[in-house]
Design a protein around this ligand. Structure first.
Ligand SMILES: Nc1ncnc2c1ncn2[C@@H]1O[C@H](COP(=O)(O)OP(=O)(O)O)[C@@H](O)[C@H]1O
Ligand SMILES: [Mg+2]
Length: 360
């Protein structure tokens, strides 16, 4: 109990300190995000981008509806803020089914899972976020629930203990994770549908920004939307946050309309650069260059050197830096690319020759 409490306090203080230092972090949902549920698409048609996932899912949903069966269990993989939770909710909506949400860290004991599954209605879409963090005993229980739609339940104690199987309604499990590599094989194989999210293109993000702006009743120029899109690390949650900040700037410095000029100035004020990198991204690159001669450096060491949690580094920062071609993951660790030196205005050649031991 105490351990649990300590770790909760830790997590909380980590969250609050992160929230104050990061404007656009997609992995730390802000109060504003939840207050703005209006921006969250409710239907598949309103879910912009991720064309392949959408096409596949709409076929599977249609087919399940026609057969009057629950949809196969669905596994969603991708970095924070790309729309996993949104898509899970849309799936329930499109199926006309109930939607239940939990996250793996919230499931402490098997009875927590049993409590949910024993009260669901038939066809419920049951969403477990961060599914890579399930405890083994709960994962065991989930296997049987997913496969046989039964709960394995222990009654009594000691020598008198016995297990009974309790039937539960058929349901669809939607599991989401930022770390597919940490999900056990037996769990993965129990999902019938596996979909991976990609970062959104600039055009897709620009349409998401324009859709959000119209919901927020805010006028925005096309070139401003595109610049915001380019600065939003391929992530709708970040795009919506950048939009809200630009709306503030437009209201304060202008007449409320978000123009290119307002956006250019605003991004500078938020220290977001032309690739959409924020202060911390640049710190990571600089740390690898200055402290580790450009790499390779292991994630754990790097996380310590920049004072971030390793999870945050791996889930949030790295995927986008890799996507931008600024760092590479090698078996020996992370290395910074020539493009990163260029982006930071540093000389790649001089550093590369001075930091790498000569082979001859
Ligand atoms: N495809 C999309 N189209 C429009 N808005 C989106 C899309 N994906 C995500 N969003 C917006 O981004 C926010 C974050 O998405 P969310 O589903 O919470 O991400 P995740 O669960 O992957 O961390 C949502 O509230 C929604 O407003
Ligand atoms: Mg989510």
């Amino acid at each position: 109990m105490k351990d649990n409490f300590d770790s909760e306090i830790n997590e909380f203080s980590q969250l609050s300190s992160q929230a104050s230092t990061h404007i656009v972090r997609a992995d730390v949902p802000s109060e504003e995000d939840s207050a703005d549920g209006s921006l969250r698409p409710k239907l598949l048609d309103e879910f912009l981008g991720q064309k392949e996932i959408k096409e596949n899912l709409s076929v599977f949903i249609q087919a399940a509806r026609e057969r009057r069966e629950p949809l196969d269990h669905l596994f969603l993989i991708g970095p924070p803020g790309l729309g996993k939770t949104t898509l899970a909710e849309i799936t329930a909506h499109e199926l006309g089914a109930d939607f239940k949400v939990t996250s793996a860290p919230a499931l402490d004991k098997p009875k927590d899972l049993a409590g949910i599954l024993s009260t669901i209605s038939p066809g419920t879409v049951f969403f477990i976020d961060e599914i890579h963090r399930l405890k083994p005993a709960i994962e065991e229980m989930l296997y049987i629930a997913m496969e046989d739609f039964e709960l394995d339940w222990v009654i009594g104690q000691g020598a008198a203990a016995r297990t009974v199987r309790i039937p539960i309604p058929k349901f669809t499990l939607v599991g989401a994770t930022t770390k597919a590599g940490m999900v056990s094989k037996p769990l993965q194989t129990r999902f019938g549908i596996i979909q991976r999210f990609n970062f959104y293109t600039h055009e897709e993000l620009a349409s998401i920004i324009k859709r959000s702006a119209s919901i927020l009743n805010c006028k925005i120029d096309d070139d401003a939307a595109l610049l915001m899109a380019k600065s939003s690390r391929g992530t709708p949650r970040v795009a919506n946050r950048v939009l809200r900040r630009m709306r503030d700037f437009a209201q304060f410095y202008g007449d409320g309309r978000i123009t290119l000029k307002i956006t250019e100035d605003g991004l500078k004020k938020l220290q977001i650069d032309s690739l959409g990198l924020e202060h911390y991204d640049r710190e990571i690159l600089l740390s690898i260059i200055k402290n580790f001669g450009g790499g390779p450096v292991g994630a754990e060491t790097l996380a310590i050197s920049i004072g971030e949690a390793q999870d945050t580094l791996e889930d949030y920062y790295e995927p986008y830096l890799i996507q931008c071609g600024l760092i590479q993951r090698t078996p020996r660790g992370r290395i910074v690319t020539a493009k990163a030196y260029q982006h930071l205005g540093l000389d790649y050649n001089s550093n590369a020759t001075s930091s790498q031991p000569s082979l001859f």
